[in-house]
Ligand binder design. Structure first.
Ligand SMILES: NC(=O)c1ccc[n+]([C@@H]2O[C@H](COP(=O)([O-])OP(=O)(O)OC[C@H]3O[C@@H](n4cnc5c(N)ncnc54)[C@H](O)[C@@H]3O)[C@@H](O)[C@H]2O)c1
Length: 461
């Protein structure tokens, strides 16, 4: 049988939370393109080739299965795939630097630069390089310099196409994005390359939602979008602390302000704090860039968003210890939810990591239940095995516990039999609802003392 000819060959370097789902969606929507995803991690690639994907996202397996083997491939052969690609998306990790100048703030670009050098050494023709990773503003310039400092005469046009998907809703976000942003140089070569990337998305995204800009605006917009989203959470969380002092109810306050169409109602749920791999790192990156340009007041403004988040996590644990008679030593505490949000197994920067570690430092025994994140939780808590247990049964987690802390808004938590749970716990039994998802009055009537976020506590003493 003759080998099928594809219109375009698309490669993505980096098969993580972004590379895997975005490329699966492109492949599913564009059968005329060949899409290959490569990674340096053979275990990750093997998982993408199996039915047990390396990440949990509702609906993702169906999208992958639709395209895999037809026009979607996962591979560890990086160089050969670079050679045959027309367009290369790069979605490698860009964590916060942990060493040297800018440690704890700047983005660590070593994986990104390695990728650029692999492209340079393997390429045998002109390529369009698309930044999918979140990068500091003006990175494309450095990349273009590295890539075009070659004697081969090949041209590499660097574009920015930041990814706005949210974990937990990645498939829906990719299928029906609020917008797709493509930044390029605004000269002939840049605009030509931009048109090619626009054409990919135009296979399923309405044209009016595909927006274009210069490269710097595209790079910066991603950092700013995450900074604004995180800022809303920190704003409402800061108000939750005031509500707890004044008997105002943060849910009522959020509802009242959210009905103002200028404010809007989304992303106003107070809780134990935001997590995820991106918010903190992207804000710190923004802070670093502002400091670099001498914009110290701007840097401080955005840094306070991260500080309020840390304060909220600390406040949560302090309340737990204080309420439980100023000691949790030797007490058993059940943690409901370890993922940083519902519908994902991702635990990167999850508030549950801080809360669990603090409770262990206070010498509590902690037992963790999460429907999807236990493997990651075990990795995050390595070294604390003397204090921590893991279970896939919430009733077993609660049995014999003095308290339950709800740290992820998994819907299943609201549907549990809390009378059964109460009967199996030590008394007095406490619930600290770090996501305000339970029926607090009903829990109180069962006999629990209930401590929500930003709402009056319901106490039996
Ligand atoms: N996770 C999200 O929700 C999200 C959303 C939008 C944007 N982003 C951004 O996208 C980028 C990727 O994030 P992620 O969550 O997918 O990260 P990830 O850690 O899940 O995946 C990155 C992958 O890149 C691979 N990799 C690293 N260096 C490589 C190299 N030289 N060659 C080939 N593969 C290499 C790693 O092995 C890893 O599998 C980051 O810049 C992040 O800020 C993430």
């Amino acid at each position: 049988m003759a080998k099928r000819e594809f219109e375009k060959k698309i490669l993505c370097i980096g098969a993580g939370y972004v590379g895997g789902p975005t490329m699966a969606m492109i492949a599913a929507k564009c059968p005329q393109y060949e899409v290959t995803v490569v990674d340096v991690d053979p275990a990750r690639i093997a998982a993408w080739q199996s039915d047990s994907l390396p990440i949990y996202e509702p609906g993702l397996l169906e999208v992958v299965k639709k395209a895999r083997g037809n026009n979607l491939m996962f591979s560890t052969e990086i160089e050969a795939n670079i050679r045959k690609a027309d367009i290369i998306f790069v979605s490698v990790n860009t964590p916060t630097k942990t060493f040297g100048d800018g440690a704890g703030r700047a983005a660590d670009l070593q994986y990104w630069e390695k990728t650029a050098r692999s492209i340079l050494s393997a390429a045998e023709s002109d390529k369009i390089i698309v930044e999918k990773s979140t990068l500091p503003v003006r990175t494309a310039k450095a990349m273009a310099r590295i890539l075009n400092a070659n004697e081969s005469g090949f041209h590499f046009e660097v574009l920015s196409n930041p990814e706005f998907l949210a974990e937990g809703t990645a498939v829906a976000d990719l299928e029906n994005p609020d917008r797709v942003l493509i930044g390029s140089r605004e000269n002939e070569q840049g605009l030509k390359a931009r048109a090619q990337v626009v054409d990919i998305y135009a296979n399923w995204v309405p044209r009016k939602r595909i927006i274009t800009s210069n490269v710097w605006s595209a790079e910066l917009s991603k950092l700013v979008a995450n900074a604004f989203l995180a800022q809303r959470i920190s704003s409402i969380n800061s108000i939750s602390a005031l509500c707890e002092k004044t008997e105002a109810n943060v849910v009522e306050v959020a509802h009242a302000i959210g009905m103002d169409s200028r404010i809007g109602s989304r992303f106003l749920d107070a809780g134990v704090g935001f997590g995820g791999s991106c918010f903190k790192k992207d804000i710190l990156n923004l802070v670093y860039i502002c400091e670099h340009y001498g914009l110290n007041e701007v840097a401080q403004y955005w840094e306070s968003v991260v500080k309020i988040n840390e304060y909220q996590e600390q406040r949560f644990v302090r309340t737990m210890v204080k309420v439980m008679f100023n000691t949790v030593a030797g007490k058993r505490i059940a943690i409901f939810g370890f993922a940083f949000k519902k519908d994902t197994g991702d635990t990167r920067e999850s508030p549950a990591i801080y809360v669990t570690k603090q409770l262990c430092a206070e010498k509590a025994g902690v037992v963790i239940f999460d429907p999807k994140a236990l493997d990651n939780a075990k990795r995050d808590l390595r070294g604390l095995e003397d204090y921590v247990e893991f279970t896939d049964d919430p009733y077993a987690a609660a049995k014999g516990s003095h308290a339950i802390a709800v740290l992820t808004e998994w819907e299943l938590f609201a549907a549990l039999d809390y009378q059964r749970i109460y009967d199996s716990m030590e008394k007095p039994a406490f619930i600290f609802d770090g996501r305000n998802i339970l029926d607090h009055q009903a829990l109180y009537e069962i006999g629990f003392s209930v401590f929500p976020i930003g709402k009056p506590a319901l106490k039996h003493f």
